[in-house]
Design a protein around this ligand. Sequence first.
Ligand SMILES: [Zn+2]
Length: 215
Amino acid sequence: MTPNREDYLKLILELGGDERKVSNKQIVEGLTISGASVSEMISKLVKEGLVNHSPYQGVQLTKLGLEKASTLVRKHRLWEVFLVDHLGYSWNEVHDDAEVLEHVTSEQLEKRLDNYLQKPKFCPHGGMIPSQGKNVHEKDRKTLIDYPVGTTVSIARVLDEKELLDYLVDLGITIHEEFTITDIAAYEGPITLKNDQKKAAISYKAASTIFVDKV
Ligand SMILES: [Zn+2]
């Protein structure tokens, strides 16, 4: 599926674009599409006043872009909580359905869903759910590639990307799980994690989208 403008806005937000510039490279990796398509969409978003773009630095959401992205992300994440907590979805299954539902959710439905779920603060991927009308602002965290061997970390948030989540499910890694980094291979090779139950080698690319808290 070709990512649409909403997908871009949401990804830029997930990558911290509410506060700082996100590089085109990060967007290309997050959406697994060509650099040319990213540049084309970014010029559209600039024209619509949704992002600011500076060459060589990347894009940042404008106030309008942030509000738009926050509303979509909030609806998306509320549906994720509903699907996981009430319909038995796993965290790698929720994306497609939440994606469809977010676009048909009125303010009224959003409010009722929020109340029904007792105002959850986080989605199944660790992303924050702001209160209605408030913007998303993720806690500033480092990713798995930023820590040395020997560090014990807890998986705090992962990008809501199907491919990444399938990969983590295959490896048996779940949110809030604690691991010690036991090996970092040279030249952006895999990062090995270990705890009492399991050992897993995570590719450098995936590791760069897994946000962790140092334990
Ligand atoms: Zn999520």
